[in-house]
Design a protein around this ligand. Structure first.
Ligand SMILES: [Zn+2]
Length: 137
């Protein structure tokens, strides 16, 4: 699978740290060092208390389906259509959006999903990483 990566000059410190964990097949969530709130996607400030200090913590790798959408038009040429994106609530309290692997026609709100990590290659420099995606259990 090929991944599109935002231009490196635009990547924030938090983005770069997230990708450094993904290379090893691990999705970590930022956790505010002050109020302990989790957040995703990566951001430089806590939206709850505006603290700029955080730690990275491993996610449980599971969630409960809140919603999903199936796209029939690709926004990047390397993506095959149709594809489905799921938003699932993690035990850490973060709604996490990711591609879905499986039969989208069988999805239901409240379904239990788990993260899977697949090999991926970047379209900009040919580097590799892991891609996290939701799948049904
Ligand atoms: Zn905070």
């Amino acid at each position: 699978m090929t991944l599109h990566r935002p231009r490196r000059v635009l990547a924030t410190k938090a983005d770069r740290q997230m990708w450094s964990y993904l290379v090893h097949g691990e999705l970590r969530l930022q956790r505010c060092a002050k109020c302990r709130a989790y957040r995703f996607p990566p951001a430089g400030v806590c939206e709850a208390c505006l603290s700029e200090d955080w730690t990275w913590e491993a996610t449980a790798g599971e969630g409960t389906v809140l919603s999903w959408v199936t796209y029939h038009r690709a926004y990047f040429p390397m993506i095959e259509c149709p594809y489905t994106v799921v938003v699932a609530q993690t035990p850490e309290g973060v709604p996490l959006t990711a591609d879905y692997v499986g039969d989208a026609g069988a999805l239901a709100t409240g379904d239990h999903v788990v993260l899977q990590y697949d090999d991926a290659t970047f379209d900009d420099d040919g580097g590799s990483s892991k891609l996290y995606r939701w799948s049904s259990v």
